[in-house]
Design a protein around this ligand. Structure first.
Ligand code: DQA
Length: 138
């Protein structure tokens, strides 16, 4: 099984960015934990702060991979274009968030992605990614 974890804007700063909300661990080190936990899965990783690059990556892998785990960061709440890209591809996408977006500011309650994703996991810190990978195994 081949999965892509696709992180959007500001998630390259995990570990230092607002640690009270997002935790103190960077994504690269957590990725090694995930690869150890799911050793039979081919886990690819891509991060970009640029909306168009996220869309290009969805197009690039979205017809061949078994699944995409997408944390689009703030683009979740603004990007019709990323929603359209998810609709355009055939690979299922699971939306993830470290924080519980529904317990935060009201502008984070709307997602242009949830309606076109297979599901959404929000609020479990980095463990949200673990749960998203598991969702592809059930
Ligand atoms: C986030 C939640 C978004 O609202 C925010 O803009 C982020 C991170 C999360 O993982 O909790 O950048 O996607």
């Amino acid at each position: 099984m081949k999965l892509l974890i696709l992180n959007g804007p500001n998630l390259n700063l995990l570990g230092t960015r607002e640690p009270d909300i997002y935790g103190k661990e960077g994504f690269e080190s957590y990725l090694e934990t995930l690869r150890g936990q799911f050793s039979t899965i081919q886990l690819e990783y891509y991060q970009s702060n640029v909306e168009g690059e996220i869309i290009n990556k969805l197009h690039q892998v979205g017809f061949t991979y078994d699944g995409i785990i997408l944390n689009a960061g703030a683009y979740t709440h603004t990007s019709i274009a990323i929603g359209d890209a998810i609709k355009a591809i055939t690979t299922p996408v699971v939306e993830v968030h470290l924080s519980n977006v529904f317990a935060r500011e009201s502008y984070r309650h709307e997602s242009f992605l949830t309606p076109v994703c297979k599901g959404c996991i929000s609020g479990f810190g980095l463990h949200s990614y673990h749960l998203a990978i598991q969702s592809f195994l059930i």
